[in-house]
Ligand binder design. Structure first.
Ligand code: F0G
Length: 463
């Protein structure tokens, strides 16, 4: 008998209370925060879905591993355990620990990019793009066209447009030092990339003599989607699938705060000896000696264990299903979101949900504010506040107005998801009364983190 109820494949040994607040307290808190959810105190949030990065719960095995951490400056035992765990999955020759994903990006791009270079990717995550642009290079996003259509169902909506890749390598290959694929495609909705797409992208890159790197933050979730959706993989384990995926690439950047199941950490890995040499030099300048790379020995242990646990089938089934379950609940009441649901998050389509709010009154930002006021839930806007300001100073609408509900790993239970669905249904019911916001303080870079807002029409929700 296959029972339908989703149960967490773990039991709870340590608990951390979450604090209930009244609607009035939340109204005050958000007003004082300048209607910016980043400026709230976390303890004023009931369910925090701001990010799945570094926010998960560690297992008893990880905590036990941390007690075994070897804090030697050079050649620590913990490094060799970490290196072995990374190499078992990736097969890559050189493994450089880093304090998080963006440090791996900075080291890689700082070592191999020069001004005018182009880095194609299915879709750069914002720190990846920022690190490419910091070198004076161009981050080129070439997802398949379906990636930008929220309602279109496609099993591998994270795929790279291989014709576009072929074209850029044929026409501007001299300017391309490497190509990247992000699994899963975070900015595009947490959507997976198929094995066929990685394999073919790899063949195209290698035919042009270019290395292919994975942004591997959510490699295990991607492996699970391949197992579920791609012909020929149903009987393979997530580890075997991940190993095949990495076998096609020449290197990887990784934030262990996602599929490393750790609260901090990451790595840069690659096969090329010359590049590894350059990257180790950069690493020493900014992160630390190459056997600890900005991490404590105990962090290396936590990641080594996490990389193994994240490939557990029961865990991956529960994780992906609980997000799909939220999608089913929202579908039943007609709340629009990016379909199908992704690996680590559900992305509500605020442009479709609040058509009466113009893009420059930030519909997704307004929706996430109301979600907090009504239910104490914190989400993140991925829309015109985050992406509206252009390098030339003009302001343009973002391609999509999304509210991302990112699920921390192993942290919330199924009843939290039920509560979340109830809050979303309630806020959806009042959508006609939600109004937009105007930005009253705008910082020059990454404005969404610290900008301040006021309701554009006296109140955020009309009676
Ligand atoms: N690449 C992707 C695809 C990411 O999602 C992130 C982080 C990074 C790189 C950078 O890793 O944070 O360890 O430096 N994403 C987080 C998020 C912040 O909320 O999506 P990091």
């Amino acid at each position: 008998m296959q029972f339908k109820t989703i149960i967490e494949p773990f039991r709870i040994k340590t608990v951390e209370p979450i604090r209930s607040t009244t609607r009035g307290q939340r109204e005050t808190a958000i007003r004082e925060a300048g209607y910016n959810l980043f400026s709230l105190k976390a303890e004023d949030v009931l369910i925090d879905l701001l990010t799945d990065s570094g926010t998960g719960a560690m297992s008893s095995q990880q905590w036990a591993g941390m007690m075994r951490g070897d804090e030697s400056y050079a050649g620590a035992r913990s490094f060799y355990r970490f290196e072995a765990a990374v190499q078992k999955i990736t097969g890559l020759k050189h493994v450089l620990p880093t304090h998080q994903g963006r440090a791996a990006e900075r080291i890689l791009f700082g070592s191999v990019l020069k001004p005018g270079d182009i880095v194609p990717n299915n879709t750069h995550f914002d720190t990846t793009r920022a690190n490419v642009e910091h070198r004076g290079a161009v981050g080129l996003d070439i997802p398949i066209p379906e990636a930008r259509e929220p309602q279109t169902i496609h099993p591998f909506k994270g795929n790279m447009d291989l014709e576009a890749l072929q074209k850029v390598l044929s026409e501007q290959g001299d300017q391309v030092p490497l190509v990247m694929i992000t699994v899963t495609n975070n900015s595009g909705g947490g959507q997976p990339v198929s094995m066929a797409n990685v394999r073919e992208a790899s063949a195209i890159c290698h035919a042009h003599g270019k290395p292919l790197f994975l942004d591997a933050c959510r490699f295990a979730e991607n492996a699970w989607f391949i197992k579920m959706r791609e012909p020929g993989y149903a009987d393979k384990t997530p580890l075997e699938i991940a190993q095949e995926m990495f076998s096609y690439v020449d290197g990887a950047t990784m934030s262990a705060k996602k599929d490393g199941l750790a609260n901090i950490g990451g790595f840069l890995a690659m096969n090329d000896n010359d590049w590894a040499q350059k990257c180790r030099t950069m690493e020493i300048l900014g992160e630390g000696f190459p056997t600890y790379g900005g991490l404590a020995g105990y962090d290396l242990e936590a990641i080594a264990v996490g990389l193994e646990e994240v490939l557990d089938e029961d865990y991956l089934r529960y994780r992906i299903r609980s997000i799909a379950y939220l999608g089913d609940r929202l579908d039943a009441v007609g709340i629009p979101f990016i379909k199908p649901t992704g690996g680590h998050a559900l992305y509500i389509d605020a442009k479709a949900l609040l058509p009466h709010i113009p893009w420059n009154e930030y519909p997704a930002w307004a929706f996430s504010n109301v979600l907090y006021i009504e239910g104490g839930v914190r989400a993140i806007e991925i829309g015109s506040v985050m992406f509206g300001r252009q390098p030339d100073g003009s302001e343009k609408p973002a391609a999509m107005e999304l509210v991302r509900l990112a699920f921390p790993r192993r942290m919330y239970t199924q009843s939290h998801v039920d509560y979340l669905a109830e809050v979303l249904e309630y806020v959806h019911g009042m959508r006609g009364r939600i109004r937009g916001l105007k930005m009253v303080v705008e910082p020059p870079v990454l404005r969404h983190f610290t900008a301040r807002f006021e309701p554009a029409h006296d109140v955020l929700v009309v009676d």
